[in-house]
Ligand binder design. Structure first.
Ligand code: S3P
Length: 445
């Protein structure tokens, strides 16, 4: 993200949020399609790629590592990959901007390659934990040459020319961590195994299979999985069609639920069950979300028709957290408009996102007149129901796109306007968000 002066923005009480849109491509799949395309010899193609800053930084990194990455226009991209372990020594540091996913996944990919690379990012990314990925990668033979305190960025990593396969029991429910180990394991002989106590998004596994790797997933315990990757596969070039991002769809979707008289259709939203915890929770709260034209496009998708709904508070179990980890901010907004309390359990991982999202969510609601309690890793939002959300606050966005979008959606239905201190970071994940929302009836200025 360029360090220009902040761009504040205000959301005001709006008429209905209505119309039909397709939100941009899924961020998780976009990063992975670029990385796996770069790790496959030959020409792979991608359609519907998210052209947000996070993903563009991953595309640049793949170019710096020797792949030929071409933007063809309209979300279509072509990559001439260099193969597993084929990365070239980059000429300078790889800058991932705001993106934890891009950075951690590429750290994994580089760890299984005999090159040295420096990873860096903006102030938000420099503050995020990297030790969690470095621990298993060091076991596989990668070496940290230098890093900031606690293994943070800027970080220089020497990859292992001959990485060792690893059986790794992940201590945190993190798809980024799982993916880093699997990408490093691509160049290890034999089986690399990741065991997760709670299943996290499985896009890396699905795409590895799509590119021809041998990878098997089995259930593990009550909520977990055991993933076995056969190392040193001959990856084959592939086409990846990126579906619409459910985490981006969440913002207009909740706006339509809370703004009176709304009727909104979101096209081709990905409904991978490891990503749909928010939709399950909103339905439990009484949301009217209709699934139309369910299809299988490599991932399941459907059009979602959403109409304004009277919401009630619910108890959200901790076990659901991995399937909606990026959605608690916007869920908290929905909960603020609901009748009764919503308790969200087990939110520890929210503290290490683009910002400390547990504190930031509580602050976002409190400055707008909503009562919130944080008890350990739980957050309780006391819904305003018929009284309405007062609004009138200025929300600090802490370089976090999802805080910015959530606060703006709150302002569309609150009594007084809601202002955010900076809208610039929205471009990391949802280019055109403000124009798209205005087109649906949102008062943003
Ligand atoms: C992502 C995994 C999640 C999520 C992030 C995207 C991914 O992070 O919050 O936005 O694409 O793997 P963690 O793996 O840290 O939970």
């Amino acid at each position: 993200m360029s360090s220009t002066s902040p761009t504040p923005l205000t959301a005001r009480a709006s008429g209905p949020i209505s119309g039909r849109i397709r939100v941009p491509g899924d961020k998780s799949i976009s990063h992975r399609a670029l990385i796996l395309g770069a790790m496959t010899v030959g020409e792979s193609t991608i359609s519907g790629l998210l052209e947000g800053e996070d993903v563009l930084n991953t595309a640049k990194a793949m170019g710096a590592l020797g792949a030929k990455v071409e933007r063809l226009g309209g979300g279509n991209w072509r990559i001439h990959g260099v193969g597993v372990a084929g990365f070239a020594q980059p000429a300078g540091p790889l800058d991932f901007g705001n993106s934890g996913t891009g950075c951690r996944l590429v750290i994994g990919a580089v760890a299984g390659c005999g090159i040295t690379a420096t990873f860096d990012g903006d102030a938000s990314l420099r503050s995020r934990p990297m030790r969690r990925v470095l621990d298993p990668l060091e076991k596989m033979g990668a070496r940290v040459i230098s890093a900031a305190e606690g293994g943070r960025l800027p970080l220089t990593l020497q990859g292992a020319a001959d990485p060792l396969p690893l059986e790794y029991e992940s201590p945190v429910p993190s798809a980024q961590l799982k993916s880093a180990v699997l990408l490093a394991g691509l160049n290890a002989p034999g089986e690399t195994i990741v065991i997760e106590a709670e299943a996290t998004r499985d896009h890396t596994e699905k795409l590895l299979k799509h590119f021809g790797a041998k990878i098997v997933t089995k259930p593990h315990g009550e909520h977990g999985r055991r993933i076995t990757l056969q190392g040193q596969p001959e990856l084959e070039p592939a086409h990846v069609a990126v579906p619409a991002d459910p985490s981006s769809a969440a913002f207009p979707l909740v706006a339509a639920l809370i703004v009176a008289g709304s009727d909104l259709t979101l096209e081709s939203v990905m409904l991978n069950p490891l990503r749909t915890g928010l939709f399950t929770t909103l339905r439990e709260m009484g949301a009217n979300i209709e699934e139309l034209e369910r299809r299988d496009e490599g991932e399941e998708t459907a059009n979602l028709r959403v109409r304004t709904s009277a919401l009630k508070g619910v108890d959200v179990p901790a076990a659901r957290a991995p399937s909606m980890i990026d959605e608690y901010l916007i869920l908290a907004v929905a909960a603020a408009f609901a009748q009764g309390d919503t308790r969200m359990r087990g939110l520890k991982e929210l503290r290490v996102k683009e910002s400390d999202r547990l504190e930031a969510t509580a602050d976002m609601l409190r400055v707008n007149g909503v009562k919130v309690d944080v008890e350990g890793d739980d957050m309780i939002v006391h819904g305003m129901g018929a009284t309405g959300v007062p609004g009138g606050g200025e929300v600090k966005t802490h370089m976090d796109h999802r805080i910015a979008m959530s606060a703006l959606m709150m302002g569309l239905a609150s009594i007084s306007p809601v202002r955010i201190d900076d809208s610039a970071f929205i471009a990391t994940s949802f280019p055109g968000f403000v124009e798209t929302m205005r087109g649906l009836g949102a008062e943003l200025s």
